[in-house]
Design a protein around this ligand. Structure first.
Ligand code: AMP
Ligand code: ZN
Length: 485
């Protein structure tokens, strides 16, 4: 089945037909690196990580470009506050952003262009726009003349006169018309600047994204994404610049916008003092709990963040984790035993396998329907419930087929969760994780042997030592099971 996605431009779900079959070229607006990112920014980056990962899971070869805005008023102001150069400040927070994305398990972009390294390319585009008469120079600034681009407002659905009313005029800007926007800003004394035909200055933010996306992905690339707050003016302006520059559209085939995150149903803002950084959140919660929280709400819907909602997400995640451990544990236990009868599949096995197939189909259908992660996870939770009941019926005496089905269910559970980036952290441990697994198992074998010989002191010492390392041991009939706390 084809993927359908809500396109902000057409205001409906469109079928994904990429420029080149099997390939997706996507661009997502990256961070302005002047601060640690907050949990709202994190939501947007995670949502695009889900979308990217799912398209890969569905078989597409995805090229993912995401810029770094490393020159901007906010960077200049913050650098003054911290008493360092703008360049140093941007570098500090760019590195912090990369660390944050790693901590969250967001895959790095295929291409991560920085604005300051593409000023020459932007100057070329601005020059061409001036030459074509759609941009004008005004005292060292260059502005895009919106009246020269008839379809302006089509993406955001704003009529031109509506914009006139809502735009407030900044007297420092030397525009002909309040809706015109800056492509190039003349440098004020002491600001970082680049030489240009119009004097020293720096590019406007919108210019950066349209120039770099077209440079790396070509005009008419597949998907352009960002938070909902970027539709106007940022994306509207990017589109105007790119299409006026190319002399034709479309700039982008599909526009995707991710919903805003609020804190306890209130907008996050400096004045309310309720800005929560991702770092704060990750100091208290696991990254998969954060992922789970975001997965639970459709990417276009608003999300009200609270510690309670995060705790609920963590508890939901635990249901999957427990099921996964129990299935793994059962597989490990029964692997050692000679399998039961080989014969036609029992009713229990057939029913279980039918459920597995249905889960995978439903998961894909939900994700194909505008990346409905909440519904897709719903299917995973149903599978967890059904797996738990099936598991209760599997014993050492079960048929080989019944035991083998457990292996398939584990593979499916891990595959579907993995498609959305869950449980990657432990996988990343690789060799060391396997070694640690093996060593814990070995110690527990020794403990069992010690108990059998009534050497309880030794058995307890092993149990306590493991507890200190965060390994929780549970005694079950004929053995033990363990998990990390
Ligand atoms: P910025 O660094 O401010 O340009 O933001 C980086 C990304 O985070 C952009 O795609 C924004 O749309 C997005 N963003 C900003 N605030 C929020 C929020 N409260 N909820 C969700 N996304 C946000
Ligand atoms: Zn952008």
């Amino acid at each position: 089945m084809a993927i359908r996605l809500y396109n902000t431009m057409t205001r409906r779900k469109d079928e994904l037909v990429t420029r080149e079959e099997g390939k997706v070229l996507m661009y997502v607006c990256g961070p302005t690196v002047y601060n640690y990112i907050h949990i709202g920014n994190a939501r947007t980056f995670l949502n695009f990580d889900f979308i990217r990962r799912y398209m890969e899971f569905a078989g597409y070869d995805v090229t993912f470009a995401q810029n770094v805005t490393d020159i901007d008023d906010k960077i200049i102001n913050r650098a003054r506050e911290e008493g360092i150069e703008a360049e140093q400040l941007a570098e500090k927070y760019r590195v912090a952003f990369e660390e944050d994305m790693r901590a969250l398990g967001v895959r790095p972009p295929s291409i991560a262009p920085r604005a300051t390294e593409h000023v020459n390319e932007m100057l070329e585009v601005i020059g061409a726009l001036v030459e074509r008469g759609v941009a004008y120079v005004s005292e060292g600034d260059v502005y895009f003349e919106v009246a020269k681009f008839p379809s302006y407002g089509k993406l955001s659905g704003r009529a031109l006169d509506e914009q006139m009313v809502t735009e407030c005029v900044n007297p420092a800007e030397r525009k002909r018309d309040p809706q015109d926007f800056a492509l190039w800003k003349a440098a004020k004394p002491g600001e970082p600047s680049w030489e240009s035909p119009w004097g020293p200055g720096r590019p406007g933010w919108h210019m950066e994204c349209s120039t770099m996306s077209v440079q790396y992905l070509g005009m008419g690339f597949d998907i352009h994404g960002g938070g909902l707050d970027l539709v106007f003016p940022h994306h509207e302006n990017e589109r105007a610049q790119a299409e006026a520059w190319a002399g034709a559209g479309p700039f982008v085939r599909y526009w995707i916008h991710s919903g805003m995150l609020n804190i306890d149903a209130e907008k996050m803002s400096k004045s309310l003092g309720n800005i929560k950084t991702l770092r704060e959140v990750l100091s208290d919660f696991d990254r998969d709990a954060v992922r789970m929280l975001m997965l639970g709400t459709h990417y276009r819907s608003p999300l009200s963040f609270s510690d309670e909602s995060l705790a609920e997400a963590a508890a939901a995640l635990e249901r999957i984790t427990n099921c996964r451990f129990n299935v793994r544990d059962a597989i490990a236990r029964y692997d050692a035993e000679v399998g039961g009868e080989d014969g036609p599949a029992t009713e229990a096995e057939r029913g279980f396998r039918t459920m597995l197939n249905r889960t995978e189909e439903e998961f894909r259908a939900h994700m194909d329907d505008d990346f409905n992660t909440a519904a897709a996870m719903g299917s995973v939770f149903e599978m967890v419930r059904d797996t738990n009941s099936y598991l209760a019926g599997v014993t050492g005496a079960s048929t080989a087929g019944e035991k083998a089905a457990l292996r398939d269910s584990l593979e499916l559970l891990e595959g579907l969760c993995g498609a959305l980036g869950l449980f990657e952290e432990e996988e990343a441990g690789g060799e060391m994780a396997r070694l640690a697994d093996g060593l814990v198992g070995l110690l527990l074998e020794v403990r069992l042997a010690a108990r059998a010989k009534k050497e309880f002191e030794l058995a307890d010492r092993i149990r306590e030592g493991l507890a200190e390392l965060g390994v929780r041991v549970e005694d079950v009939a004929g053995g033990y099971r363990w998990r990390l706390e």
